[in-house]
Structures are given as C-alpha cells and as structure tokens.
Design a protein around this ligand. Structure first.
Ligand SMILES: CC(C)(COP(=O)(O)OP(=O)(O)OC[C@H]1O[C@@H](n2cnc3c(N)ncnc32)[C@H](O)[C@@H]1OP(=O)(O)O)[C@@H](O)C(=O)NCCC(=O)NCCS
Length: 167
C-alpha cells in the first residue's frame, strides 16, 4: 500500500500491494485489493470488499454492505447506499449491493441498495439506479433506464418530417 496522503484514517483494513491512497480518505474495517487507486475524500465502510485494479474517484461513498469486484471504476461523488428506509434513531438493516467485474459507475450516480450492477455495465453520470443492471449494458437517468448495450452503436433518431410549404 502506498499512502500519498498526510491526513487519512485507515483502521483495521487489509490493503493490497500497489494500491495508492490519497488525502482525506477514511477506510474502516474493509478489504481493498491490489493496484487500486483511492481518490481523496473517499469513505469506505466496515466489511466492504473491493477487488484488484479498481479506481475509486474523489468523494465516492462506499458503505457497509457493498461488494466491488475487480477492474471497477467508481466515478467522483458516486454514492452507494445500504439502508432502504433510513432513519436517524432505532434499528436498521443493511441491504447488500454488488458491483461486478469491469463495471463503471458515472460521476454523481446514486446506487440504491439491493441491486447488482452487472459485469462490464456502465452507469451514466447522475443516474439513480434502482434495479439490477444487466451485464455490458448502459443505463442512465433518474430512475436509470436501459439505453443500449455498452459498445453498441447509438441508434439514430428518425429524421423529423419537414412541413410542406403552402405556396
Ligand atoms: C451516459 C453516457 C455514457 C452517454 O454517452 P453517449 O453515448 O456518448 O451519449 P450522448 O452524449 O451522445 O447523449 C445521448 C443522449 O443522452 C443524453 N445523456 C447523456 N448522458 C446522460 C446522462 N448521464 N443522463 C441522462 N441523459 C444523458 C444526452 O443529453 C443525449 O440526449 P438527446 O439525444 O436528447 O440529445 C455519458 O453521457 C455519461 O454519462 N458518461 C459517464 C461520464 C462520467 O461520469 N465519467 C466519470 C469520469 S470523470
């Protein structure tokens, strides 16, 4: 582990070789694989497992209950969640979330807990994901909807019919 930071909390964590940790990162009781990049102001909760070669951009929030497989990109300000019906007082239940190998989560996206983001899937910036995302599929919007397969060509919108002039 290479800590390129002056201010950080790394408490009871297992961090793999070659992983770089930036400033103001809080890591609590989690396991992070090899050759990952953990950007500034990232928070990772207890019991989280992050695979190898992941890139977690600045300000991402990754709470308990989340599992991230290898080669995953988590964009800046992405927010993963773990409580479907949050309240300040009383018991609560962790609802798990799984981000599968090679998936990418766009900047500022929110992943509502209980979903699986499939292998190689891409979540657009600012999306709110409320359902499972199939493998190699692009989703975007609030709530997130399927746009197309990742890498598939964009479907062209039908050209608008031009109004005939009346002369
Ligand atoms: C979703 C995304 C992959 C689509 O890219 P694209 O296929 O090149 O799509 P386009 O830019 O051609 O946009 C196609 C349409 O989708 C809309 N759109 C693009 N991104 C969108 C998003 N994140 N949410 C909702 N709508 C989006 C565009 O406005 C456009 O609408 P229109 O057809 O009505 O004009 C891309 O916009 C995106 O969000 N990428 C993630 C970027 C990111 O967070 N990177 C993190 C590293 S900093």
């Amino acid at each position: 582990m290479e800590i390129k930071a002056k201010h950080f909390v790394v408490e009871n964590c297992e961090v793999g070789e070659g992983t770089i940790i930036r400033d103001y990162v809080n890591l609590f009781g989690c396991k992070i694989g090899r050759n990952c990049k953990i950007g500034a102001f990232v928070e990772v909760g207890r019991g989280v497992v992050i695979g190898d070669n992941c890139k977690i951009e600045a300000f991402a929030f990754i709470p308990s209950g989340v599992t991230i497989e290898d080669d995953v990109f988590i964009g800046p300000h992405a927010c993963l969640t773990n409580d479907l019906h949050p309240k300040a007082v009383g018991d609560w239940e962790v609802t798990p979330t799984l981000i599968k190998k090679g998936a990418s989560i766009g900047a500022n996206a929110t992943i509502v807990c209980g979903v699986t983001v499939g292998k190689g899937a891409l979540v657009g910036a600012g999306a709110v994901v409320t359902k499972d995302v199939p493998a190699n599929t692009l989703v975007a919007g609030c709530p997130a909807r399927i746009i197309r397969k990742v890498g598939a060509s964009k479907s062209k919108k039908p050209a608008k019919k031009s109004k005939k002039s009346k002369n």
